[in-house]
Design a protein around this ligand. Sequence first.
Ligand SMILES: *Cc1c(COP(=O)(O)O)cnc(C)c1O
Length: 388
Amino acid sequence: MMNPYASRLADWRAHGLARDLRPLGGPQGPLLAVAQEHFLAFCSSDYLGLANEPRVREAAHEALERYGFGAGASALVCGYYALVAELEATLAEWLGQPRALVFSSGYAAHVGTIPALVDQETAVFSDALNHASMIDGVRLARPGQLSVFPHNDLVALEAALQGCSLPYRWILTEGVFSMDGDQAPLAGMVALAEQYDAWILLDDAHGLGVLGEQGRGSMSHQGVTSSRVLHMATLGKAMGTAGAFVAGDADIIEWIAQRARTHMFSTALPPMVAGATHVALKLLRHEEWRRKNLQQLGQQLQQGLMSTGLALQPSQSAIHPLILGDNPRAMAAAAWLRAQGLWVAAIRPPSVPMGTSRLRISLSARHTPEQVEQLIEGLKQWQESEHV
Ligand SMILES: *Cc1c(COP(=O)(O)O)cnc(C)c1O
């Protein structure tokens, strides 16, 4: 029997697209334990250093003692815990939204929420760089019309809205884009949503905790408020735990709770995760030093590479991409750095468009200025090694 996947795999590898799964032997943090080695890592989305924070671990232990581990059923059957209900209330209050609903992951949130909201009478306007989970949600929803507009291009978005004759419209965007670290122009987008009677689904996976007052995210950072925005974010990035939520208009959230299939047909979040997230959220809101560190380290990195010809994309987030072009170059850079004990992720298609393979440098509040300096030096040496 010919196995067609063997030749597909060979092709995949030949194009430099194969990924390695590297098993970790310790917690998230600036130093990652891989097999017998330790790497100084700039690849995690644990932006605030909460994933292994002692007070979060303690809260998880307490909830574990009280509730055990598994949720046992979907939220609508008998897996909905008071801890989750309280977490939803706290998230909603924090973000100034009428209601929030928790999902077991961000991916599940999108592939459940988008088909619950979008049907044949609905047009979807989606930024070209949106995350795969939103794209898959739209595929499942099969909207009456789908317009993918060029990244952050409000002129193109308006033209698409103008040409739309369907009664319902959703604009889909990230707050901070996951592979570029740049931000959506939210004020302009909200203005268009008002003018053309559309709603906005804002995926703030990388804005939450990092930007805005008390870490409320991109809307707060840009000083924009609107009741037309449905906020979505994962709890697995800056929050340091797991799961995700959508927050917004009470009727929309109730409709999602009733109809999202990943809410109905998937086991609910373990109560221990909700317990840990309560404390993580408290720290994320009130420990301003974490955001301050992140900003200072970001500036140090950007300035440190300014004069080298290795121009990072400008970024106020924790994500600082260095676009290198083709796959082999990005792979070689990552491998070279790894040999120096520095772990930076090489990001290739289909995560990013062809020809824009990159090193995606992500910082954490727990990095030290000395560690960032080590990365700057490593990158400079890699650059020299390329030219000999
Ligand atoms: C990580 C991520 C998600 C998915 O969230 P998970 O909780 O990891 O499933 C969604 N959107 C963006 C932009 C992300 O980076």
